[in-house]
Design a protein around this ligand. Structure first.
Ligand SMILES: NC(=O)c1ccc[n+]([C@@H]2O[C@H](COP(=O)([O-])OP(=O)(O)OC[C@H]3O[C@@H](n4cnc5c(N)ncnc54)[C@H](O)[C@@H]3O)[C@@H](O)[C@H]2O)c1
Length: 252
């Protein structure tokens, strides 16, 4: 199945932005969604300016009501949303003693609950169509590494893997595939945050221990999203693909 109407969450910057632009190039109608209105509008405008089709929709993935409203509007305008990329996520550096219930809940609600909400809303349309692809962003921190002072993030990203596996089996007979991507170190605002991740200095040192010798770029992930959503991946479901320049297999 070729993607025709694609919804990307957290598409204003970073990996989500690169993914939205990549789908725009393929000719799909891209529903660019984010809590960042200015950035999201700019991505939709960029796709449009390049000859593609896109619209921006304000969407906080913690809100079932907003998810409902965006899908309802998209379905009215374009028919079924056949491809959903659950990319929105936050990572906050907090030692366990300072991890409040509120911060735990917020991270899990965005990074894991946000995936569930958009996938859940997409399923009835996909069932009717008998085809579709759902792709979620996990992380190497959910698949293999332990990330100190980020246990809420690691737990949510590990949860995404379980969600992908379970939902893949639930929907496989309907022609709907569910997969994930576990990125390594990708050059985005999240990674470059001094407070919450590697920061600029850490990012400069990372290539020394990444076998391919460089950080990932958002486009390195976007291309794998495109692959997973495409007909080329027609027999793949329930998988989370590590895209990390050899980091996990090379660290010894
Ligand atoms: N950058 C990396 O190295 C890396 C590594 C592994 C996994 N990831 C994952 O990839 C995804 C994209 O990461 P990124 O590096 O591009 O991050 P980023 O911080 O650059 O972008 C995250 C996006 O999510 C949006 N977002 C945050 N809260 C939201 C909410 N409640 N509702 C809707 N949108 C919301 C932000 O506005 C932003 O557009 C995330 O899920 C992240 O955890 C990134």
């Amino acid at each position: 199945m070729t993607a025709q109407t694609v919804l990307v969450t957290g598409a204003g910057i970073g990996i989500g932005r690169a993914t939205a632009i990549a789908f725009g190039r393929l000719g799909a109608h891209v529903l660019v969604t984010d809590v960042l209105a200015e950035e999201g509008e700019a991505v939709a405008a960029e796709i449009f300016a390049a000859g593609g089709r896109a619209s921006f929709h304000l969407l906080d993935v913690t809100s079932t009501e907003e998810v409902e409203a965006v899908f309802a509007a998209a379905e009215a305008a374009h028919g079924v949303v056949d491809t959903v990329i659950a990319n929105a996520g936050i990572a906050r550096h907090v030692p366990v003693e300072q991890l409040t219930d509120a911060l735990w809940n917020q991270t899990v609600d965005i990074d894991l609950g946000g995936v569930m909400r958009v996938f859940r809303r997409a399923v009835p349309g996909l069932r009717k169509r008998g085809a579709g692809s759902l792709v979620a962003l996990s992380s190497i921190m959910g698949i293999a590494y332990g990330w100190d002072k980020h246990i809420h993030y690691s737990a949510a990203k590990a949860g995404v893997i379980g969600l992908v596996r379970g939902l893949a089996v639930e929907l496989a007979s309907q022609g709907i595939r569910v997969n994930g991507i576990a990125p390594g170190y990708i050059r985005t605002a999240q990674l470059l945050s001094e407070e919450h991740s590697l920061g600029a200095a850490g990012a400069e040192q990372a290539p020394a221990f990444i076998p391919m010798g460089r950080l990932g770029e958002p486009e390195d992930i976007a291309d794998v999203v495109l692959f997973l959503a495409s007909e080329a991946a027609r027999y793949i479901t329930g998988q989370v693909i590590v895209v990390d320049g050899g980091l996990l297999v090379g660290r010894y």
